[in-house]
Design a protein around this ligand. Sequence first.
Ligand SMILES: NC(=O)c1ccc[n+]([C@@H]2O[C@H](COP(=O)([O-])OP(=O)(O)OC[C@H]3O[C@@H](n4cnc5c(N)ncnc54)[C@H](OP(=O)(O)O)[C@@H]3O)[C@@H](O)[C@H]2O)c1
Length: 274
Amino acid sequence: MTKVIWITGASSGFGMATALKLLRETTHEVCVSARRAELLDVLVKEGAHSYPLDITDQGQIHSIRERIESEVGNIDAVLVNAGYGVYGPIEEVPNEVMVRQFEVNVFGAVETIRSVLPTMRANSSGRIVITSSSAAHVSSAGMGYYAATKHSIKALGTALRQEVKSQGIDVVMIEPGIVKTSFGEVALEKNYINTEGGAYSPLMKELKQYMLKAFDRAPSPDRTRDIMVKGLIGEKVKPIYRTTKDSLVLSYLSKLLPAEAYDFVIREGIKRLK
Ligand SMILES: NC(=O)c1ccc[n+]([C@@H]2O[C@H](COP(=O)([O-])OP(=O)(O)OC[C@H]3O[C@@H](n4cnc5c(N)ncnc54)[C@H](OP(=O)(O)O)[C@@H]3O)[C@@H](O)[C@H]2O)c1
């Protein structure tokens, strides 16, 4: 049966890779959203339906969901994926930058989910696949705000999974670690906060060196993409998928280690790679 799938954050990275795989290897209808409409055109050429969207505009989320339902059909599965990282110390990240980080990664994601739930419930079926992160378990110096958004997503996704199971709706959380997409560039250039000569400047420089190397050595998005496709259309799905080795290891360490030992492991890891 042909399904209607909606993917947010489809202009790049995981979202684009997942959309392309679905378009090339299945007959499902793929609806794609992001702010940069010109980048979605690549997907339109492959057969996608393009719905440009700024995820911070809650009214726009609902009107696009309505348009998809009237122009393409009821949404069977959604990949709630739009997001980015702010890297900066807790004290120095400006208020509006902090708020926007939550508006995109948390409130945008929640509103996308809320918009599709009534139809999924009416159909007694649906898949909500959420791009979470290893940062849903792990927080570290210079990345506190990003980690806070992904911790929030984990908490919300866990509650939602329990709330909608009996309605025939599956919630799947995908937790990649560091993966080569545009994420690194966006976090380390556009959203990197470092007050030169300030109290956190050495720490932020060290973090940047570490992250540049980590992204350079990071795996391609292929495995995460394949698991996203599985989450959207696979017969049976698990509630959580950790798609990279670092995500698996870090999530276990964060549960096993006492706080001081956890801090030591993160600090040593950064020293070794920088
Ligand atoms: N790559 C990693 O290492 C990694 C690891 C764990 C989790 N993640 C998560 O994976 C998801 C996708 O990131 P990615 O790695 O694929 O990075 P990416 O290549 O930078 O893609 C991010 C996507 O989010 C969209 N987006 C950002 N702000 C938006 C807004 N205000 N409104 C609508 N769309 C917006 C971007 O589109 P426009 O700019 O065109 O709007 C883009 O399509 C994010 O939730 C991220 O937190 C990434």
